[in-house]
Design a protein around this ligand. Structure first.
Ligand code: ADP
Length: 405
């Protein structure tokens, strides 16, 4: 009973990592892509007698249910899990826990139904995640399973951070409020930053910048999220790969009228999938393409990059005032971890607050302090690891369950 499985299901994908705990050693990891499309692809890396083995296969996988069935079959066939009793628990990432789940929770039939009931707040994520959980639950009914929510870390937001300035009854009746997302990543990197700084997290004010395809910034005071840039849905906040981030809501009826769009969902879909870096640059949602185009002199690519950078700076500035100070700024996720130039541009623009990068230290993709020794604010690059955070949550819950039983 020393293995823990982390599962991260997306709208058309399923990622997993299998750990030996408590050493946190990765025994296997893999990805199923293009679920529900033609040519679904399975790739798995695993350790066998200390040697790394690779498996890949193109096949047809019509549903998330089919993906789970295939995965469990492959675990046995490839000798990754010979006895499912070795699994101490399975942790599932769930996008939206609403106000129902301020913490990770052991999965029961009732929990699965509650996750399904929150689908209106996360239509692309909660339904496939609930389906994956249900299939695992049916196939391995005796295995402890935990749901780990993207929103839980933000359950500590005070009302002045989570309420919108709209009639209060919309919160009371419909639970319209800021939920925030990427919580597992923000929590992991904030805790890691405190460890690296050798200071108790309770004494620190940290701003975590998760800059990937989806992107968000969080103010973490004393280890608790006190504000975050995503909102009621992941559409709010920063400029993202294809998402607009914050816009004036009046743009919506104005453009619907100009573009003769009748269904408001079509307009929201433009804000979700045709906007952001892609929409401004007209080139790509991928920051690497946009950086290359900007370097080659493409003006709109340069503009998209500058808007992205400006908005990260604005959120950092705003959260410095929310916490009345900052000890550390953390960069993580695809862009945050891998783009030293972008980190440099962001920090150069907020040097007034006492942040300064060391050019040599910043030239890294690994976990490191990247600020100068005498900077007032410590800046860190910390590759995120949501999977390990999920596995740790399983361990924590398994500990609680065994102490009760
Ligand atoms: P997701 O939100 O899909 O998990 P990731 O965290 O993987 O996204 O981040 C994807 C983003 O990271 C893409 O915009 C990609 O271009 C960007 N990225 C990855 N490597 C680099 C790099 N070397 N330089 C700039 N951007 C990068």
């Amino acid at each position: 009973m020393n293995k823990t499985l982390s599962i991260n299901a997306g709208s058309s994908s399923l990622k997993f990592q299998l750990y030996e705990m408590p050493e946190e050693k990765v025994m296997a990891k893999g990805l199923i892509e293009r679920i529900g499309f033609t040519n679904s692809e399975v790739t798995i890396k695993h350790l066998q007698s200390g040697k790394e083995k690779n498996f890949s296969k193109i096949t047809e996988i019509e549903s998330h249910e089919g993906a789970v069935e295939l995965l469990i079959k492959l675990f046995s066939q490839l000798g990754i899990i010979t006895d499912f009793n070795d699994i101490r628990g399975i942790g599932h990432r769930v996008a939206q826990g609403g106000e129902l789940f301020p913490d990770s929770v052991e999965i029961t039939e009732e929990v699965i139904e509650q996750i399904e009931s929150l689908s209106a707040l996360a239509p692309l994520h909660n339904p496939p995640q609930a389906q994956v959980i249900r299939t695992f639950h049916e196939m391995l009914p005796d295995t402890l399973m935990a749901a780990v929510f993207d929103t839980s870390f933000h359950s500590t937001l005070p009302p002045e951070s989570y309420l919108y300035s709209i009639p209060y009854e919309y919160y009371d009746t419909y639970r319209v409020r800021k939920y925030g997302f990427h919580g597992t990543s923000h929590r992991y990197v904030a805790q890691q930053a405190a460890k690296m700084m050798k200071q108790p997290i309770e004494d620190l004010k940290i701003i975590t910048c998760h800059l990937g395809n989806g992107a968000s910034v969080t103010a973490v005071e004393g280890g608790r999220s006190v504000d975050t840039s995503m909102g009621f849905t992941p559409l709010a906040g920063l400029t993202m790969g294809t998402r607009s981030g914050d816009v004036d809501a009046s743009i919506i009826p104005f453009l619907m009228d100009k573009l003769a769009i009748e269904d408001v969902n079509d307009m929201v879909s433009i804000l979700n999938s045709k906007s952001g870096i892609l929409g401004v640059s007209g080139i790509s949602s991928d920051m690497r393409d946009v950086e290359a185009a900007a370097e080659a002199g493409d003006q709109r690519a340069g503009l998209a990059l500058n808007i992205f950078i400006r908005r990260v700076q604005q959120y950092i500035g705003s959260y410095i005032s929310t916490m009345n100070g900052v000890d550390a700024i953390v960069f993580t996720a695809g862009i945050g971890e891998n783009a030293p130039n972008i980190r440099q541009s962001i920090i150069d623009g907020i040097s007034w607050f006492g942040a300064e990068l060391d050019e040599v230290k910043n030239d890294t993709r690994k976990e490191a302090v990247i600020s100068t020794d005498d900077a007032l604010v410590t800046v860190l690059n910390i590759p995120t690891n949501e999977e390990i955070e999920i596995a740790r949550e399983v361990e924590r819950l398994a500990g609680k369950v065994s102490s009760i039983s």
